[in-house]
Write a protein that binds this ligand. Structure first.
Ligand code: MN
Length: 324
C-alpha cells in the first residue's frame, strides 16, 4: 500500500478535494469530513464534495456544512474515499479534468485501484478505521475529527454488530471515546431518530416480505408508489433490509428498490456463509462479503425473478462446498 506516498502527497501539495460515493452513508460522510478537518488543521486547503443529498441524520457531524455538491475548481489532488470505482462518485466529468493526482482510499474488496496511489484494505471495518491509522501520530485527533471517525466505524459495523467488527476497530472506538465522543449521543443521532413517514414506509415494505429456499432467503420490495404515498425520503430506506436478515433461519436477505430511471437498486445481506459480494458482481455490482449491492435494468417483477434465481443458485453452490 502507498502509505508513504500518501504522506508525501499531503506534504507537497496545497489544495485537496475530498469526495465519496453517491447515496452517502455514515462511513463515506464521516471519513470525508474527518479527512477534511485533518487537512484544514495542518494548514491545507480542503474541499469536501459529495454529489448527492446529505441525509438529515448526518448533519450533526462537524464540517458537514462545508460539503459542496459540485466540483468548483481545480485541485492539486483529489482524495476518493469508500468507493470501489470512479463511477460510484456520480460526477458527469472525468476527475482528471480537475486534478492530475487521484488518491484512492477504500476498504471494498472489489476496489479496482483507480488511483495514482491506492490505499485499499479490505480487512478494515470502514474507511474511518483506515483514516484513523493514517492520522494517528501525524495530526492531533480533536473532538471534531474523532466524532466523524467514530460515526464512520459505528455505522459501517452496524453498531459493532456485523462480522467486520474486529478487536482493532473496537480499540479505535475506545480511543475516540477517550477524545470525548459520547456513544449514546451518536447512537441517538444516527440510529434512533425515525420520522413518521419512514415508519409508514416500513409498514408497507414489511407487507411485501417473501421467504423462499426453505426459509433461508428473504426478500422485500420498495416501490416508487410506496415512497410517494408515505412521503418518505431515500434515506428512510436505510436499514430496512435488516428486518429480513434478522428472521430466524434466514441466511440471505435481498431488497429491491424501484428508482427513477426504471432501474431497480438491489441490496444484499447475509449472515454466516454466503458471499453476497460474488452475487452482486454477477450484475456488475460490488461490496463486501456480508453486504453488497447492484443495479438492474428491468421492471421490478423481472428483476426479482432474475436476481432471486441467481441467489438460489449461489446458495446451493456454497452449501455444497460447505458440506464437502
Ligand atoms: Mn464503508
Amino acid at each position: 500500500m502507498d502509505i508513504t506516498a500518501f504522506y508525501d502527497i499531503v506534504e507537497n501539495n496545497d489544495s485537496f478535494m475530498i469526495t465519496s460515493h453517491i447515496a452517502p452513508d455514515g462511513d463515506s460522510i464521516g471519513s470525508v469530513l474527518a479527512m477534511t478537518l485533518a487537512l484544514l488543521k495542518i494548514g491545507k486547503k480542503a474541499f469536501p464534495v459529495i454529489n448527492d443529498v446529505i441525509p438529515k441524520k448526518y448533519r450533526f457531524l462537524p464540517g458537514s456544512n462545508l460539503i459542496a455538491k459540485e466540483i468548483a475548481r481545480k485541485y492539486d489532488a483529489i482524495i476518493v474515499l469508500d468507493s470501489g470505482d470512479i463511477e460510484r462518485l456520480g460526477f458527469s466529468k472525468e476527475l482528471n479534468e480537475y486534478s492530475g493526482l487521484i488518491v484512492n482510499i477504500d476498504h471494498h474488496k472489489s476496489n479496482v485501484s483507480f488511483g495514482d496511489i491506492n490505499i485499499v484494505d479490505s480487512g478494515a471495518s470502514s474507511v474511518g478505521e483506515i483514516i484513523y491509522r493514517l492520522l494517528e501520530g501525524k495530526v492531533e485527533i480533536d473532538y471534531g475529527i474523532a466524532l466523524n471517525l467514530y460515526t464512520s466505524i459505528v455505522t459501517d459495523t452496524g453498531s459493532m454488530k456485523y462480522s467486520n467488527t474486529t478487536a482493532k476497530s473496537l480499540k479505535i472506538l475506545a480511543e475516540l471515546v477517550d477524545k470525548g465522543v459520547k456513544p449514546d449521543y451518536v447512537s441517538r443521532q444516527v440510529f434512533e431518530k425515525r420520522s413518521l413517514s419512514s415508519l409508514s414506509l416500513l409498514k408497507l415494505v414489511l407487507d411485501t416480505l417473501e421467504i423462499t429456499a426453505d426459509g433461508k432467503l428473504a426478500s422485500l420490495n420498495i416501490t416508487k408508489d410506496m415512497m410517494e404515498v408515505t412521503g418518505a425520503m431515500d434515506e428512510d430506506t436505510d436499514g430496512i433490509i435488516n428486518y429480513a436478515r434478522e428472521i430466524d433461519g434466514v441466511e440471505v436477505a435481498v431488497i429491491f428498490k424501484e428508482s427513477e430511471k426504471s432501474l431497480i437498486k438491489v441490496g444484499f445481506r447475509s449472515n454466516e456463509w454466503v458471499d453476497v459480494r460474488k452475487i452482486a458482481e454477477v450484475f456488475n455490482g460490488g461490496g463486501h462479503l456480508r453486504a453488497a449491492g447492484c443495479n438492474i435494468k428491468y421492471p421490478l417483477e423481472k428483476a426479482r425473478e432474475i436476481v432471486l434465481n441467481t441467489v438460489k443458485m449461489h446458495m446451493a453452490e456454497e452449501y455444497r462446498e460447505r458440506c464437502n
